[in-house]
Design a binder for this molecule. Structure first.
Ligand code: DHY
Length: 339
């Protein structure tokens, strides 16, 4: 096999949204992302600690969907490596010229074996640092895109694909026979991508890192004050997996966005994988709070390289929500509760 491309990090996502003005309100006024560029059909957004053009593109369209997950690679030569590597796996790849997405250089697009449209790029437009423009901070004071979370039926297959591509697995949820979820990283955090078991390919969520837990709490307070509490889906709380403080929101199209802070360093190459038992009530919420059913079941449509919605493949293995009792708060597997 050719050597895989050297991926640095999850760098940006492109979401199709149906009402660009309403999405602008949600992502800029409510969350506090900064507009790098805008035209009639798209918004290019970034956090306060992002020095590359954008980490989120919102593009106007008929149906809400994920158009693309983009990763930055270390050198321009990694694009050749990507074409050779994905080509050898028999995956459909496309090289697109610089500027196909505003601010992004030449890129390689590939449909990964899980059905997700993935893009790799190196060259990018750098933009002014806003890190110490405290006068501009608002909303949840988002620092940067942290990770993607995708829903896929076969977690073991996804784990294999990303591990071969050089991702390190930081944590899993499993039992004796089944892998329910996995968290994998290229940068030195808990993840750049997480795999959640379910019908797929669907986008479970994208996540932005915020400086402190108080930012998450303040956002929830503001959403409540303005009567916008329906945007809060799960949390706030402390994750078991990752140890991060979190809240999950749903944007005006139902795309899920996580606000995430204070996970831990994973950069040592032999960092051990933390394996959570699916029966441990602390794995998803460290305080044992219930996980709402919508969080397990709902996710965004994913487009192929030509912009067509992908067919869903059902999960053959047990669903996590079916092996825990309704909600995480009850802890035990169905079987053991019955005894
Ligand atoms: C978990 C989910 C995430 C994440 C870290 C940990 C586990 C969970 O609580 O569901 O989305 O970023």
């Amino acid at each position: 096999m050719p050597t895989p491309p050297d991926i640095l990090r999850a760098a940006s996502a492109e979401l199709v949204v149906t009402d660009l003005e309403r999405s602008r309100w949600f992502y800029t006024e409510t969350l506090g992302l900064v507009v790098t560029a805008a035209d009639d059909d798209a918004l290019y957004l970034r956090g306060m600690e992002e020095y590359t053009h954008h980490s989120l593109v919102l593009r106007r369209g008929e149906q809400p969907a994920l158009a693309r997950l983009s990763y930055r690679v270390r050198t321009p030569a990694d694009l050749d490596a990507a074409e050779a590597y994905f080509g050898a796996l028999g995956l459909p790849t496309r090289r697109v010229p610089a500027g196909t997405t505003l601010g992004i250089g030449e890129a390689v697009r590939v449909l990964d074996p899980l059905g997700f449209p993935m893009e790799l790029f190196h060259d990018v437009t750098h933009v002014p640092r806003l890190t110490q423009r405290y006068d501009l901070y608002h909303g949840v004071e988002p620092a940067r895109l942290d990770h993607f979370n995708v829903m896929t039926p076969d977690i073991a297959a996804g784990h294999r694909f990303y591990s071969d591509l050089g991702f390190r697995c930081s944590e899993t949820i499993e039992d004796e026979s089944t892998l329910y979820a996995a968290w994998l990283a290229r940068k030195s955090t808990v993840h750049d991508i997480a795999l959640t078991g379910g019908a797929g390919p669907r986008l479970h969520h994208i996540a932005f890192f915020t400086p402190e837990a108080r930012n998450v709490l303040h956002l929830c307070d503001v959403l409540g004050s303005l009567g916008n509490q329906a945007h809060i889906e799960r949390g706030p709380g402390r994750h078991g997996v990752s140890n991060a403080f979190y809240v999950y929101l749903r944007d005006p199209d139902g795309h899920r966005v996580e606000i995430y802070t204070t996970d831990y360093y994973t950069g040592d190459p032999d960092n051990p994988t933390l394996r959570w038992d699916v029966r441990d009530e602390r794995r998803r919420d460290f305080w044992g709070h219930a996980v709402v059913e919508s969080w397990y079941r709902e996710a965004s449509t994913v487009l192929d390289l030509d912009g067509r919605p992908q067919q869903l493949l059902e999960r053959a293995e047990p669903h996590e929500i079916d092996v825990v009792v309704g909600a995480d708060g009850f802890t035990a597997a169905r079987e053991s509760l019955r005894q």
